[in-house]
Structure formats: C-alpha cells, structure tokens
Design a protein around this ligand. Structure first.
Ligand SMILES: NC(=O)c1ccc[n+]([C@@H]2O[C@H](COP(=O)([O-])OP(=O)(O)OC[C@H]3O[C@@H](n4cnc5c(N)ncnc54)[C@H](OP(=O)(O)O)[C@@H]3O)[C@@H](O)[C@H]2O)c1
Length: 286
C-alpha cells in the first residue's frame, strides 16, 4: 500500500487556504498551519515546521495581503511574501518535495490593454506587488520543483474581500460609488482551490514535471464597478455609480489593467476556470 503523502498547507485560515484544506485532505495527510502555529515572518520557524512535517507537498497560501498597509509595513510584507517563499522552496528542494505557491496580477504595471502572458515584463506599482514578485523570483532561484500560480481579485464567503464588503454596504447605503477604470478578473477562492486540488490529484510525478509559473484565473474581464453591479444584482437600491480611481484615493497605486492570459495553464493542465460571472453565480447560490 502506498503511503498517503503529507501536505503542509500554510495560511489555512485565509480565503484560499480554508477552501483548500478539505480538498487537499482527499489527497494526503494535511498539516494545516495558520499564522498562530507558523509565523512566516520567522525564518527559523519555517525551517523547523518543514523539517518537522517532512511533507511531500507544500502549498503556500499564506501571504501578507493588506495592499495599502504594505506601503507602511514593507519590511513585514517582504518577510512574508518574498523571504518566506524562498525558504519554503529551499526546504522543499532539500526534502525532494514540491511547492505550490500563489502570486498576483499586481506584479504588473497595468500598462497593457490585452491579457498578460506569464513572460510579460513585470513592473509592480506598489510594495505588495514588489514583495510578491520577489517571492516568485526567490522560489525560481532555488531550482526547487515548484508551481507558482498568479491569480487576481480573490473573494469568497469568509475573510475580508470585495464581495462581503459590497454585500454589507448594500444593506446600509442608497448609493455605492465604485471605481470603474481598473480592469481585472474576480476569482472565487473555491474555484482556485478546486483547480489546485485537481492539479494535485494528478499525482506527485505530474506536479514535478509541470514546475513553472502559470496564470490561474477565471476568464472574462471586469472593472470593480462591473463586479459590484454583478454582486448587487438588478435592484433599484443601492444605485451603483461608476467613479474614477482619482476619486477614491488610497495609499497603494493599483494597475489599471491586470487581466491574466490563462492559455498556458489550460494547455498544460487541460482545463479552464469558469467565466468570473458564472463563478460568482455559483458562489452566491451557496
Ligand atoms: N486576496 C486577493 O485579492 C489576492 C489577489 C491576487 C493574489 N492573491 C494571492 O493569493 C494567495 C491567497 O490569498 P488569500 O486571498 O487567501 O489571502 P488572505 O485571505 O489574506 O489569507 C492569507 C493568509 O495568510 C496568513 N498570514 C499573513 N501573514 C502571515 C504570517 N506572517 N505568517 C503566517 N501566515 C500569515 C493570514 O493569516 P491572518 O488571517 O492571521 O492574517 C491569512 O490566513 C496569496 O498568495 C495572495 O498573495 C490574493
């Protein structure tokens, strides 16, 4: 009988981590780590956790994701998003394990008007994006067997996200003023988790062969305004009003365009994620 592989999952309390934990349990014995049990800002703790668990697969969903706060907490964002993934990759290599990691469309500057392929030049506009880009590069520099999935605009039924914010505000306000000149793709955390689990289900050898950087996203495109309208639905109140980024000042600059081209993922793994509106419908249906 083959032993079930041990899978170390970080960020188990986050949007993606919480959706992934039960799915990964179908494929191995999951050691689920939260910030309380494994602080990724602490390099020694990372080394000890990986060497203690001896996983065959590490799935790193943990990240410093507070995009605006990162402008003030650059050292912490760097420790979690740039240094920690590099250490996880080093440790994975040492054990002969595979690392699955996630990154972001915010590695790009948004100057394009057509979807970004994986090899488009990165040029982050904010500290968060820069720290995530450094994390990708730190992983690649180790030569570990690793799959890095860049995704965008993650939402779900728990945590802090646009869907839940809009639902809350829709109950309180007559009017929602939402940025209409930033274009991207919303991604339901469960869709991303299901795609990851499907990739994992193909087995360790397949993961090893398919190391690399991939864009993992629903299809279609949306502005935050489109996303808000789709969440609120066809109702008279609240009224959803499109505004410009300049009318909603925040500390971190965001790319005006962040649609990720997903052809490489589809070609290598043989499936695509649903259109974002379809995923949102499934999410709203519960
Ligand atoms: N959210 C998005 O819109 C978005 C967009 C593009 C890409 N991504 C990427 O997708 C991945 C999953 O993101 P998500 O949406 O699931 O994020 P999330 O909901 O913010 O979850 C991130 C998790 O990381 C944990 N974490 C933060 N600092 C940590 C530390 N020092 N040590 C250990 N754990 C720590 C958080 O714990 P606490 O709850 O205790 O802080 C949280 O559980 C990340 O790589 C993210 O960069 C996200």
């Amino acid at each position: 009988m083959t032993r079930r592989p041990t899978i170390l999952l970080t960020g188990a309390g986050g949007q993606l981590g919480a959706e992934l934990a039960p799915l990964l349990r179908m494929h191995g014995d999951v050691v689920a780590a939260s910030r309380v049990t494994l602080d990724l800002a602490d390099p020694d703790a990372i080394v000890a956790a990986v060497r203690g668990a001896k996983p065959k697969l590490i799935v790193n969903t943990a990240a410093y994701t507070a995009v605006d706060l990162a402008e003030k907490e650059a050292t912490l964002a760097h420790a979690v998003n740039a240094r920690a993934p590099g250490i996880l990759a080093e440790e994975a290599k040492r054990l002969g394990a595979v690392l699955i990691h996630y990154s972001t469309d915010y590695v790009f500057d948004g100057a394009r008007t057509t979807p970004y392929p994986e090899d488009a030049p990165a040029n982050p506009l904010n500290v968060y994006g820069a720290s995530k880009l450094e994390g990708e590069r730190a992983i690649a520099a180790t030569g570990a067997r690793a799959l890095t999935f860049r995704t965008s605009w993650v939402y779900g039924l728990s945590g802090k996200n646009f869907l839940l914010t809009i639902r809350r505000l829709a109950g309180d306000r007559d009017e929602l003023r939402i940025v209409a000149d930033q274009i991207g793709v919303p991604n339901w955390s469960r869709t991303l988790a299901e795609a990851t689990a499907r990739v994992v289900s193909e087995g360790m050898a397949s993961l090893e062969e398919r190391s690399g950087l991939y864009h993992l996203s629903s299809t279609g495109r949306a502005s935050w305004y489109d996303f808000a309208r789709a969440i609120v639905g066809d109702v008279a109140r609240p009224r959803v009003v499109p505004i410009a980024t300049s009318e909603y000042p925040v500390p971190a600059r965001r790319p005006a365009y962040g649609v990720l081209a997903t052809g490489k993922f589809q070609q290598v793994f043989g499936f695509a994620l649903p259109d974002w509106r379809e995923a949102l419908r499934r999410c709203a249906a519960g």
